[in-house]
Write a protein that binds this ligand. Sequence first.
Ligand code: MEV
Length: 427
Amino acid sequence: MEENFTSRLPGFYKKPIEERLKIVSELVDLSEEERKLLSNFGNLDPKIADAMIENVIGSMAYPFAIATNFKINGRDVLVPMVIEESSVVAAASNAAKMLREGKGIIAVADKQYMIGQIHIINVTAPQYKALKVLEHKDEILDHANQQDPVLVKLGGGAKDLEVRVVETRKGPAIVVHLIVDVLDAMGANAVNTMAEAVAPLLAKITGGDVVMRIISNNAVYRLARAWARTRPENVGGKEVAERIAWASLLAEADPYRAVTHNKGIMNGIIAVALATAQDHRAIEAGAHAYAARSGSYKPLSYWEVDEDGYLVGSLEVPLQVGIIGGAVKVHPIAQIALKIMGVKKARELAEIMAAVGLAQNLAALRALVTEGIQKGHMRLHAKNLAVMAGATGDLIDKVAEIMIRDGRIRFDYAKELVEKLAKGEKI
Ligand code: MEV
């Protein structure tokens, strides 16, 4: 690290990528090899990367995998997943196989409505003013829709208005919700533009001050649902099915468990979100808010045993995803991901994500109520260690197998094995 190290880098944002990388490299003493790695943009054009976010100095690749076996609404689908955690893709593929009967997983995402919020403070007679806002509903919606004639032409746009008076610690405030059908967009741009546009009108109607105009990621009007039914034999028998239902009940009863239960669901959903360059923070925020909508944190999915002894699962989650605009449009890999899935509508993407979330959840619960998840994890962990220790080709599996057999899944042992096997020594 340089002696005069500083994070104050005026004009950094204006410099070309290579220059920024040079500045950082000198400041923190990056080696030539490290610089080369960072500046390998792989399948993302540096120009696109540079336009996507600020102060770009390189790029970072994650594995892009395909979860197999998915049948959703009667259609076979290959599901692209981008994730850093081992076992997720294998688990999703496994559970998808258990849920293939009939039409497979049924998934439905209907409306693509997002909420734009306008917060107004310093309002006298707020209850009356709230109704005055409703009195001007048509005018407000009209003004909002003038901002996006293309969306309106396609059948979307601002559809409705909600008004609430909320009590803050410093007195009442009016919260106006613009309900916007964003069709195939994630919607933040369209909704924020509309919210900003109608704000002066709302200030005039209420006589208050508008403090914020922004989308709400609590996407309660943009739900996706997935459900599936499977024979108990498919999950390992009647007892396993009953234990999975117990796992679901425990998640319902215990918020500490519900959070991890939902984390397992999000493993699948976010992996697809990353592969398709979605705003995954919005999806996460919305999903967890939805899980807590009753006032206590609940699971997003339920598993039960029905009257025929079949295991049945159901999931409901808000999914704010888009297939037009934003990173999904400019990232070539996101476009390929959509093509792999055969997705033509945001709604279809949400349906696939909900189905993947449900399958991912089943895989986790099944592992948890039977052998536990460590066994599978350790298998992959052993492979990772083997690769890190320099194993290639067939050697990877060989080294991993020996580490598992010996119960010594450690880097030093992986290294020792790689060296010995490379020399042709017998182990
Ligand atoms: C690990 O990434 C996810 C799980 O913890 C989910 C769960 O516990 O249901 C296995």
